[in-house]
Write a protein that binds this ligand. Structure first.
Ligand SMILES: Cc1ncc(COP(=O)(O)O)c(C=O)c1O
Length: 481
């Protein structure tokens, strides 16, 4: 008999573990005799008493039974070798419609970064701006929060101290007036979309998305079973005259259209609000990077114009701090507060208390805004390197949309097809450059082929080198003379 001790803890416990797994895995069949204690002790180089003690324990637990004068036998505990899997058979319990749609919508892309191995430079949107000063400041805040922590369940709506800070911040920086009661702390924008699906949508309701748009929104509403409809976007953002006649919810990015970068003018904002009032439709304002503007006129959030209580404002700390934090917030119209709070409570009982407390203190003591100023400086330098590099190495092939904000730019191919753009991205990848097309962000075939270029994750010198490589790739694929 093959018995192996794992070396962890007392020998008698090791032997019990080893025999139990042999019985449970049916390497020792029901009814078979286990070796005499003396033999097993010799084989394993342990004392006979240890073996006897282990056998006794296994008898007491019902794994073995002793027959007087003839030794110990493996009990029949109904343990059988599993039947070999039958190929091509439908699982016993089929998945729900939701699970099938979720699998379909998410493309299995659960671990970011796995496709970036081997890249020298990665111009992917969404890679965070990292900064050692933030890491040490955050470590201090977390330590402080742990020392003062309350270990009970949190307030599902969010820590009051954090909600107060969010209100103060929004009033000063985004023109949004809200009370702490209007704020719901969530685990990022993605949870806001999930809660909105549950709280606002019934089967088959229509959700309007800008086209192109943020894929995270489309995926979750599609998985939920909503009818997702795209509305055209031009150089000024969403085109209100293209809005449909019937919708339950519209998701918009007025401060920095994702991904084109357009800033929605005031007149269009008013048209959008009037449309929503006529349709009895809710609006989600996704203000994902409204903090980072590098010139031009900052416009207050759409929420600041909302007189009818139709706009749900979402802010996320994924861009201002880092995505691993998984914290964000919603500012809800009074009529929705209770329903969203209930949905959040049922979903996860509230967001992580320690991180909320750390963040509240970071905001209250000015650390957060100091960090934002530093981050804006770094992003400004990266953006300048991106614009200069694109002009120098790719200007004749790419038309750049300079949106004066955020962490990314879009660049349209001056001539060429979607297939050319895909070919360029594939070639760049072979050369070690991560390059991403705009096409996957559209419901319908995008009007123009283009690239979505993220610049937060690389220092200026790397951005310059990456764009030199882009220029070479454009020439090698025949898209630049
Ligand atoms: C348009 C848009 N909205 C929201 C987010 C943030 O999502 P989350 O808060 O779930 O990290 C992002 C991040 O990339 C984004 O691009």
């Amino acid at each position: 008999m093959y018995v192996e001790l794992d070396g962890q803890g007392p020998r008698y416990a090791q032997l019990i573990r080893s025999l139990k797994s042999a019985i449970l895995e049916v390497r020792l069949a029901p009814g078979s005799r286990v070796p005499a204690s003396r033999n097993l002790a010799n084989e394993l180089g342990i004392s006979r008493n240890t073996v006897l003690a282990a056998y006794e324990q296994l008898q007491a637990e019902g794994f073995l039974h002793a027959r007087v004068g003839s030794g110990s036998y493996v009990a029949d505990i109904g343990n059988r070798l599993p039947a070999p899997p039958r190929v091509g058979v439908v699982p016993v319990a089929p998945l729900s419609d939701y699970a099938r749609r979720a699998l379909n919508a998410s493309d299995g892309a659960f671990v970011p970064g796995h496709e970036h191995k081997g890249l020298r430079y990665n111009l992917q949107y969404g890679v965070p701006l990292t900064n050692p000063a933030l890491a040490s400041a955050w470590r201090r805040e977390i330590n402080r929060a742990v020392e003062r922590a309350e270990f009970d369940y949190p307030d599902a709506q969010g820590l009051p101290a954090l909600r107060e800070q969010i209100c103060d911040y929004l009033a000063r920086r985004r023109g949004v007036t809200a009370s702490a009661d209007d704020v719901l702390v969530i685990s990022g924008t993605q949870q806001a979309f999930a809660l909105a699906s549950r709280a606002l949508l019934d089967d088959g309701d229509s959700v309007v998305l800008e086209d192109p748009h943020y894929r995270g929104a489309r995926q979750i509403f599609a998985a939920y079973g909503a009818r997702v409809r795209g509305v055209r976007v031009d150089d000024e953002g969403l085109v209100p005259s293209a809005l449909p006649n019937q919708a339950r919810l519209a998701v918009v990015t007025p401060s920095h259209q994702f991904p084109t970068g357009a800033l929605l003018p005031l007149a269009r904002r008013m048209e959008l609000l009037e449309w929503a009032a006529r349709q009895h439709c809710w609006i989600i304002e996704d203000d994902y990077d409204g903090e980072f503007r590098f010139g031009g006129r900052p416009l207050a959030a759409l929420k600041s114009l909302d007189r009818d209580g139709r706009v749900i404002y979402i802010g996320s700390y994924s861009k201002t701090l880092f995505p691993a934090l998984r914290l964000g917030y919603m500012v809800l119209p009074a009529s929705l507060r209770e329903a969203f709070r209930a949905a959040k409570w049922l979903e996860d009982r509230g967001s992580n208390t320690l991180e909320q407390a750390a963040l509240a203190h970071f905001m209250a003591t000015g650390g957060f805004e100091r960090h934002l100023r530093r981050a804006a400086q770094s992003l400004r330098a990266r953006r300048a390197a991106m614009l200069a590099g694109l002009r120098k190495h790719a200007g004749e092939a790419l038309e750049v949309v300079d949106s004066n904000a955020g962490m990314h730019l879009t660049a349209w191919l001056r001539s060429g097809t979607h297939a050319d753009c895909e070919r360029l991205a594939a070639h760049a990848r072979e050369r070690g450059l991560g390059l991403y097309t705009v096409a996957p962000y559209s419901l319908r075939t995008a009007a123009r082929p283009g690239l979505l270029l993220g610049y937060a994750g690389l220092p200026p010198a790397d951005i310059e080198a990456a764009l030199r490589l882009l220029g070479r790739c454009l020439r090698e694929t025949g898209l630049l003379a």
